[in-house]
Design a protein around this ligand. Sequence first.
Ligand SMILES: [Zn+2]
Length: 118
Amino acid sequence: MRTTSHRQCLECGMFVARHDVSCPKCDSRLAAQTDGSSFTCDIAHHGERVHEAINRLDELIELATADVTAQIRVIVGAGAIREGVYAALKGYRQRKQIVAFKQDGNNTGAVLIQVRKA
Ligand SMILES: [Zn+2]
């Protein structure tokens, strides 16, 4: 994940500011651009309490939204964190801040969060 304050327009290659909604050069809608990438993060196996795991989830979604990430894979374990994460993700989907989320295949301890349409 890039951490600079600038990003590049994937249509024309122009460097644009993170807060730009559309590219000043080619008018492409930057917020919708994705390079199809995904990353995995474990938020349940370092002794996190539920509210700490949810805070981490909020950070991950914010990071992915500001970048060109298509999908986040979050490891949520099997207990209260998992339930909390699913409840939080329902809110995100209702507010249209994410596209969709679902369990990762047969792995009940992992959730796939689709941030943008690939
Ligand atoms: Zn552009």
